[in-house]
Design a protein around this ligand. Structure first.
Ligand SMILES: NC(=O)c1ccc[n+]([C@@H]2O[C@H](COP(=O)([O-])OP(=O)(O)OC[C@H]3O[C@@H](n4cnc5c(N)ncnc54)[C@H](O)[C@@H]3O)[C@@H](O)[C@H]2O)c1
Length: 358
């Protein structure tokens, strides 16, 4: 199995989960930005091939695909940050659009490939902030470069699906996940890593958008959804005529769940670290067209794949903060992740056993 973006947050968790499940995992990404979960959990020692290359380099991508000969590809690699995309739209388009083209171009002549899953984002939706959770059939299109790059990637995927992959019998699945949280995310401009950095450095946090609401979910719940999607696609023939929105799957918290604002999350952190975490609201110096309210409806994945998040949003936040608390207190990231993965697998096995007829 090839994981792109394995030096990033989601990709590192995917490598840990997949290797725990017994898969032969290989990685393809840029080198990590430090600190990283990749280094903290020694991913290098858990994978059989490690290609630290740029997706913008087509020849490097071709030779990595030739060397890995993957059956299943999980494509996470992307410039994933909205504010960085605003500062550097060209880098973002290059990684997210051209990078996707290069990967698919290299994969279409690779005879080992059986399935490809590509993560875009909840931010692909054209967000008029009407207050309703987005469903897969809703219009896509971004107001800012990150969203636009991921919407454009979906168009690229649709073209490669109908022109090449459907004819080869290889499904390309698109997962649109909500905002993923969990231990070991050290990316800039994400609320939980920002809170943890503020606690470690004793520098109060400036919060730009305290009223923002996102479909928060635990990283292991999102990953489990992707694996179920891959499993379900192994039984179905790919459809060349699928429009991008109908080939996509939302993964997010239950729409009935209470969705906290960024301010609510800061208050939870303050209760956990009284006297150690302080924050204030500072108006955004850049005028980025980031949406205030973003909700996702994952009923398709729930109904058709039988997927359910293990954790309600409040529990996902608690587990995430607990991971960081223990890490900051000196515990080993490898053991903390292994504990979370064991919990996830145990709950799933129990659920499956309950569903089995006696
Ligand atoms: N984290 C979230 O909340 C979230 C939500 C929705 C969608 N996503 C998407 O999920 C995927 C993974 O997100 P993440 O949180 O792990 O991001 P991340 O920023 O932590 O990791 C990104 C990974 O992509 C790699 N990468 C970036 N540009 C590259 C390039 N040109 N060539 C090769 N590798 C490159 C990086 O090296 C890194 O390994 C991304 O596609 C992101 O857009 C993330």
């Amino acid at each position: 199995m090839l994981v792109t973006g394995h030096t990033g947050f989601k990709g590192a968790w995917a490598c840990l989960l997949l290797s725990e499940l017994g898969a032969d995992v290989m990685g393809l990404s840029l080198p990590p930005d430090e600190p990283s979960l990749y280094t903290q959990t020694e991913i290098k020692s858990r994978i059989s091939q490690n290609h630290l290359i740029d997706l913008a380099d087509l020849e490097a991508v071709r030779s990595a695909i030739k060397a890995t000969q993957p059956k299943i590809v999980l494509h996470f690699a992307a410039q994933s940050l909205v504010r960085r995309a605003h500062r550097n739209p060209v880098e973002t388009m290059r990684s997210n659009v051209l990078g996707t083209v290069h990967l698919l171009e290299a994969l279409r002549s690779c005879t080992s490939v059986r399935q490809v899953l590509i993560t875009t984002t909840d931010k692909v939706y054209h967000n008029a902030e009407h207050g309703l959770p987005f469903r897969e059939g809703d219009r896509i299109g971004g107001h800012e470069p990150y969203s636009a790059s991921k919407s454009a990637a979906e168009m690229v995927i649709a073209a490669y699906r109908s022109s090449y992959f459907a004819k080869l019998g290889i499904p390309i699945l698109v997962a649109r996940a909500g905002n993923v949280i969990g231990g070991g995310d050290w990316c800039e401009d994400r609320i939980i890593p920002d809170i943890v950095r503020s606690i470690i450095s004793h520098i109060p946090l400036n919060v730009r958008r305290p009223n923002a609401v996102r479909p928060w979910q635990h990283v292991l719940d999102a990953l489990e959804g992707y694996l179920l999607l891959i499993q379900s696609a192994s039984h179905a023939a790919p459809d060349a005529t699928l429009e991008p929105e109908h080939a996509a799957w939302n993964f997010g918290p239950d729409v009935e769940d209470h969705m906290p604002t960024v301010e609510d999350i800061c208050k939870i952190a303050q209760r956990r670290w009284p006297n150690r975490f302080q924050w204030s609201h500072i108006a955004d110096p850049y005028d980025i067209n980031e949406s205030q309210l973003l909700l996702l409806d994952p009923s398709r994945a729930m109904n058709e794949l039988g997927w359910r998040p293990r954790l309600a949003v409040s529990d996902a936040l608690n587990e995430t903060f607990e991971w960081y608390r223990r890490f900051v207190d000196g515990e080993d990231a490898k053991l903390l992740c292994a504990e979370e993965i064991a919990k996830q697998i145990r709950v799933r096995v129990e659920t499956m056993n309950r569903r089995q007829p006696t």
